[in-house]
Ligand binder design. Structure first.
Ligand SMILES: Nc1nc2c(c(=O)[nH]1)N[C@H]1C(S)=C(S)[C@@H](COP(=O)(O)O)O[C@H]1N2
Ligand SMILES: [Mo]
Length: 473
């Protein structure tokens, strides 16, 4: 008796698993084909909201470092919960199961999504019933189960590939010359990557189909093709991009030569209606940011489509992204799809999660060499300490380095800034004496010294002096 009950439970779970995979695959097709919202991804968005809160942010970064590890773990957990939940739903029976699925998806999707999921569940429930009825037919069930498992594994492969790729170690020494680029210019492949999405779910845009929509309080709303944007005067601008979640001395910063057109030129073309006060950027992944319109009209706010002379790569915003001087990366949307002029401020994606609304860059400096990964230097041999300093469009007027933990300071040599928007490379000749050496750096922007006050990245970016413990042997 107990045996048959166990057998029945196993059969139900197998059928539930088949249903779960088929429902997920149908949902994914609707997402890819029709742009319909996908429940596990919507759930993941809710989780990132939670992960963006200060306590969770600290915990996730302490556990997973600064790559996408935390986000990936969260996504895997969400996907497992979704599949597991759908599998168990069969045990609830047709009526109760349908109602539960309807209510669950109604929390995540607009109509008619929940209705369609509930109907699909009901359909699958009854379609599988005859197969489960007799012991002979359970062979068919096992074959279907195998098919579902294959579909699941096959479908997860692109996800896995994306995850492995984003786990790659960055070359974050700004002084390393890459692929014929000038020293201090970051190759696009080496540029740090930050996204609210996990990489496989970043927008994958077909540039020929893509349009930039100008709307809201403009005089003549219109859309631009990529070719039309290229007909505007093109400017090249070397700029440093800095992420708000970069820890002191961290790798979430890079410096690239960008190419694109001026936002001001586009706005002149469509005309501005009276009462327009804000510009709102909308991205294909649902990311939103805004800027006072007066600032967006500055001649150096750009829409760029190239990095170091190549089209933007997918992860860095293909085909078009926004660049705003003196602001952190979060203020600068990738994969932009429309620009709207409004009377009121629209809070940005991260601002809604408790981060800064304005996102101005702080003065920062970093020692690249020696580093925590390469701390050993030769005692008595002349060498160099080098690194970068950045304060937006402010000039780095001085960089001081200490080799004794901050007791005495020496002036580093500054390489001339290659562009007013770029970081400054600095170096100091050094002949280390035997033993441990604590290196510290601090920069001055327009004569003002970088604050020593240690502050967490949230909500306004980290501050403090970067320290490296080197060892001369
Ligand atoms: N559409 C969109 N734009 C975005 C983001 C995002 O998640 N979605 N992240 C922002 C953040 S927080 C940063 S730091 C930069 C990172 O740009 P990168 O990955 O090209 O270095 O993109 C910004 N623009
Ligand atoms: Mo960021």
């Amino acid at each position: 008796m107990a045996n048959t009950r166990l057998q029945a439970l196993k059969t139900s779970l197998l059928a539930g698993f088949i249903q779960a995979v088929v429902l997920s695959a149908l949902g994914l097709l609707a997402t890819v084909g029709l742009g319909a919202p996908y429940p596990p991804q919507e759930l993941f968005n809710k989780v990132t909201q939670l992960l963006g809160t200060p306590a969770m942010f600290q915990l996730v970064h302490a556990t997973f470092g600064y790559g996408q590890g935390g986000k990936v773990a969260a996504f895997v957990a969400v996907a497992a919960a979704w599949l597991g939940g759908l599998t168990l739903l069969r045990l609830a029976g047709p009526l109760f199961g349908t109602v539960l699925l309807f209510l669950g998806t109604a929390l995540l999707l607009p109509m008619p999504g929940p209705v369609l999921y509930a109907l699909a569940f009901l359909g699958l429930y009854f379609a599988l019933r005859p197969v489960m009825a007799s012991p002979e037919r359970r062979g068919v069930l096992r074959i279907l189960g195998g098919g579902a498992a294959t579909l699941l594994v096959g479908g997860s492969l692109p996800l896995l590939r994306g995850v492995l790729r984003s786990g790659r170690q960055l070359n974050s020494d700004a002084w390393t010359r890459t692929g014929g680029l000038p020293i201090g210019v970051t190759a696009q492949d080496d540029l740090y990557y930050v996204s609210k999405n996990i990489e496989p779910f970043d927008p994958d845009i077909d540039r020929a189909q893509w349009r930039l929509d100008l709307r809201g309080l403009v005089q003549t709303p219109r859309t631009f093709t990529f070719a039309e944007l290229q007909a505007f005067p093109q400017v090249e601008s070397e700029r440093t991009l800095y992420c708000i979640s970069n820890p002191v001395g961290g790798p979430l910063v890079g410096n690239v030569i960008w190419t694109g057109c001026k936002v001001a030129d586009l706005l002149r073309e469509v005309g501005i209606q009276q009462g327009a006060q804000w510009i709102v950027w909308h991205s294909d992944d649902g990311y939103v940011e805004s800027l006072p319109l007066g600032q967006a009209l500055e001649e150096d706010v750009l829409l760029v489509h190239q990095a170091n002379g190549e089209p933007l790569s997918r992860k860095h915003g293909y085909p078009l992204r926004v660049l705003i001087p003196d602001r952190l990366g979060m203020k600068q949307p990738k994969w932009i799809s429309s620009i709207e002029l409004t009377a009121e401020e629209v809070p940005g994606y991260w601002a809604e999660r408790g981060w800064t609304r304005t996102g101005y860059v702080e003065t920062s400096s970093r020692i690249d060499e020696p580093s925590a990964q390469n701390p050993v230097v030769s005692a008595g041999a002349p060498t160099q300490i080098h690194g970068v300093a950045f304060a937006g469009t402010q000039t780095i007027t001085r960089v001081e380095v200490s080799t004794d933990g901050g007791q005495t300071w020496q002036d580093a040599t500054l390489n001339p800034k290659r562009s007013i928007y770029a970081w400054t490379l600095w170096s100091l000749a050094w002949t280390p004496t035997f033993g441990p050496q604590r290196l510290v750096v601090r920069a001055y922007a327009n004569g003002k010294r970088q604050t020593q006050q240690e502050r967490e990245p949230l909500p306004e970016a980290a501050t403090g002096w970067h320290t490296v413990d080197a060892v001369a042997a």
